[in-house]
Design a protein around this ligand. Structure first.
Ligand code: SAM
Length: 165
């Protein structure tokens, strides 16, 4: 994995299990190119491709200096969410991010989305997501995640404001 010169943190090295994208595949348009802009080990791209989607994702691309695809689907580095969201709003592409519920009530999140709330939809997973911890370069299952996540969707008008899976 590339080591990006930003707020990179070891706690960001958790990958997304297959069911996370499988559970919402019916909400993902299949005629668009998906940009998995935080590749990590590349597992999430593989999962999305297994589900039949067309995905671009390059481990050497720095998210902050790249702009690809039609829509963004990813699990971003949770340590840098404010900057990630600011960049996403700047490039103005539809997105689905899996990230902690607690991000919704941060000051920065409220400021950014206060006047854009009509573009925001939230999907609530059926159960807590246990991300895959990277050990010696390989994602390994865990069962001890201590927070819950939402799918945060932006400019995806076919997704209702709130969906319980
Ligand atoms: C939470 S992990 C998720 C990886 C993958 N999206 C997944 O769902 O399995 C976030 C990844 O983003 C990487 N990352 C951090 N800053 C980045 C940047 N500026 N550009 C691209 N990737 C970055 C981290 O190294 C980490 O591997």
């Amino acid at each position: 994995m590339a080591n990006f010169n930003n707020n990179f943190q070891i706690n960001d090295e958790y990958m997304t299990p297959f069911h996370v994208w499988d559970d919402i595949k019916h909400f993902i348009p299949n005629d668009k190119i998906i940009w998995e802009c935080f590749p990590g080990t590349g597992l999430s791209k593989c999962h999305l491709e297994q589900l039949g989607f067309n995905v671009v994702s390059d481990k050497d691309d720095d998210f902050y200096h790249t702009n690809k695809g039609d829509i963004i689907i990813t699990n971003p580095p949770f340590s840098d969410i404010k900057n990630v969201i600011e960049r996403l709003i700047h490039i103005d592409k539809p997105f689905i991010l899996i990230m902690p519920c607690s991000k919704l009530t941060t000051q920065y999140f409220q400021q950014i989305f206060k006047h854009k709330s009509e573009h925001l939809s939230i999907i609530i997973p059926k159960k807590r997501v246990n991300f895959l911890k990277v050990v010696n370069g390989k994602p390994q299952p865990t069962n001890s995640c201590n927070f819950d996540c939402f799918y945060y969707c932006y400019k995806m008008p076919h997704i209702p404001s709130i969906t319980f899976l």
